[in-house]
Design a protein around this ligand. Structure first.
Ligand SMILES: [Zn+2]
Length: 280
């Protein structure tokens, strides 16, 4: 298997690529005239760095939407110091430790046929399982990356994790939302923000930018901006009486699960919100 058959790549808009790995997560590459920005690094099971080199030879800046293993797990493959919200250093460490439950969970999904093989032939499991020390630098809210005739802006979006970031590509009007706006919002973790804090901030972002599309980490293709309104509505109607109990597949934590029907977004029938049994 070559890297070309491991990763698939969709050029969502000119110079904006969604790179998809078989475990079911994507990272985004944005190229300007002078620099490129890589948003997230996936699990890091395969050599993402070599694959990126086939797409661009521009100097690369790295940023993570948050510290979870499926978003920052491949940072160790790169020499760059990645930008990250300061809170997420803790999340990165927790999820490096959590590989002992996370990797068997991915293996189980593969065995059950829910995903195609997430491991390349040369995957060294023992070495992957080691804690990967990487350097980070703090990403400030509203930080602008000047890629040359293209700027990408950092927006704090506490929700799925307290230090989650969204990125806005001003050239194409694309909001890259990590795990915060998409088919499912898990806001159940100890490191999550409250539903209220999340919706206030998301509404502010929606109202202050001309968003033309939304790119979520666990979807290979973008959504129309009205997905934001669906997520905000879903969050506003989350009630224990209309939700079911959700059990986290890796840890057995219990939370509430709200299902919001979607009527006018192709390929998306439901938005799931998983939130704490007791609201903070
Ligand atoms: Zn996540």
């Amino acid at each position: 298997m070559t890297m070309d058959s491991y990763y698939t790549c969709l050029e969502v808009s000119p110079g904006l690529f969604q790179i998809w790995e078989p475990a079911g997560v994507g990272c985004s590459l944005i190229t300007g005239s002078r620099r490129a920005l890589l948003i997230d690094t996936g699990y890091g099971f395969a050599d993402l760095r070599s694959y990126i080199n086939t797409l661009t030879d521009l100097p690369l800046t790295l940023i993570n939407t948050h510290g979870h293993l499926d978003h920052a797990g491949g940072n160790y493959l790169f020499p760059q110091t990645a930008f990250l919200h300061p809170y997420e250093r803790l999340v990165y460490d927790l999820y490096q430790e959590d590989k002992v439950t996370h990797v068997p969970y991915v293996e189980k999904k593969f065995r059950l046929g829910k995903i195609s093989n997430p491991f390349p032939p040369d995957f060294d499991r023992d070495s992957y399982m080691e804690y990967k020390a990487v350097a980070f630098q703090d990403a400030a809210d509203r930080l602008l990356f000047d890629l040359g005739e293209r700027t990408v802006e950092v927006l704090y979006l506490p929700g799925h994790t307290r230090g989650s970031l969204a990125l806005f590509d001003h050239l194409t009007g694309t909001l890259i939302t990590g795990d915060n706006v998409g088919p499912s919002l898990w806001i159940m973790f100890d490191q999550s923000a409250s539903l209220q804090e999340f919706s206030k901030r998301l509404a502010m972002i929606r109202d202050s930018l001309s968003i033309r599309q939304v790119l979520a980490s666990h979807s290979p293709a973008p959504y129309p901006p009205r997905i934001i309104d669906y997520v905000l509505h879903a969050v506003s109607v989350c009630r224990p009486e209309t939700s079911t109990i959700f059990v986290h597949p890796r840890h057995g934590y219990k939370a509430l699960h709200h299902k919001e029907p979607v009527t006018d977004i192709p390929g998306l029938k439901t938005i799931h919100v998983v939130y704490p049994l007791r609201q903070p």
